[in-house]
Design a protein around this ligand. Sequence first.
Ligand SMILES: [Zn+2]
Length: 415
Amino acid sequence: MGMIVLKGGTLIDGTGAEPVSGATIVVRDQRIEAVAKGPAGELPQDTEIIDIAGMTILPGLIDCHDHMAMHGYDLARRWGIDEPQSTRTLRTANVLEQTLAMGYTAVRDAAGLDAGFKRAIDEGLIAGPRLVVSLCIISPIGGIGDRVSPSGFTCCVPHDPLLPDGVVNGVADVRPVVRRVVRAGADVIKCATTGGASSRPEHGPRDGAFNLDEMQALTEEAHALDRRVMCHALGGRGLRIAIEAGVDSIEHGCYLDEEPELLDMMAERGIFFVPTFAVYDFHRKSPLPHVRERARHLQEHHVASLRRARVAGVKVAAGTDAGGHGHPKNALEIECLVKAGMTPLEALRAATGWAAECLGREHEFGTVEKGKLADVVVVDGDPLSDVTILQDPDRIPLVLKGGRIAADRLAKKPR
Ligand SMILES: [Zn+2]
């Protein structure tokens, strides 16, 4: 692969540090060999020097909550019975490719994507971000992972051995289910202790699922297998149970503001907050009245939860919860975080440095620092003055993943 030098751009390194202009980033093979505040010293003859003056360089972006293999909320889509599996697989591959081309070099999938996609990317069969997969949602009978139609039927969910059933039938069943999910290739355990905006009418955002003993068994087993636990929890009793049981991240967390002491516990225990604002903008326009009502009700709590989380010192990671609402640009969530009160620099950190920490991969990527994998995005313009440019493919001229060029639109630009 040799050496690539990116010179003259403004560096936002993902650590929360202020931008540095006129930076030089030296990439050798897969890694960042040097980051200099000015020009680089002597370089080998065959070095590829890319002048990015006037542009911004960021760490590869990270989405900590996505559903890459989901393509709509309606039942037939969710159950995968509306089109041939091969079509669906290729549809997902297409989303993975486009996501990488927009500068997202790592994605944590919050259920639906099987481990085969990760293998296909690692083998170079398709292009895509680095993946951290959870396969399915572990929840009790009646929880959000229990696939039952509104009329009570369970007949039509195809059995896919790569996406094990995540329904837990009591505390004795927790450990075997976690082990089966890990056996099928999960890098992280996804579970749910509350309903959500889009769950069935009787199972709303503050309705609980799981008891404390079940959740303790779940986190203990996951951690024994070196897997983190990402827990869907919006509010009420289930939210407290998740935090007390020691999950590693709270997904959604809309009603954290109602129990601020939970935020102090999160800060103390290093539990991340992944708010997923983008999905609720979609749910507020849902054709289903109960979904619309829930999404509207939680909105101001959600914003207050983010504000209090920042004050409490909880680390926030960006996640779109895309899939059900199609696949809008992942950087939409960065815009949502800014609208909800984060500074643009903080919001970028939530999608880079903090996101990598949330995944437990901060030693490998998430910041532009010597020794890290060269996952890097070049942005045409200043995302600190307008974060929405990250949603425009014409403003993402260059993406490197592990030192390899994953997208190159520089050639098309007038130089
Ligand atoms: Zn989700």
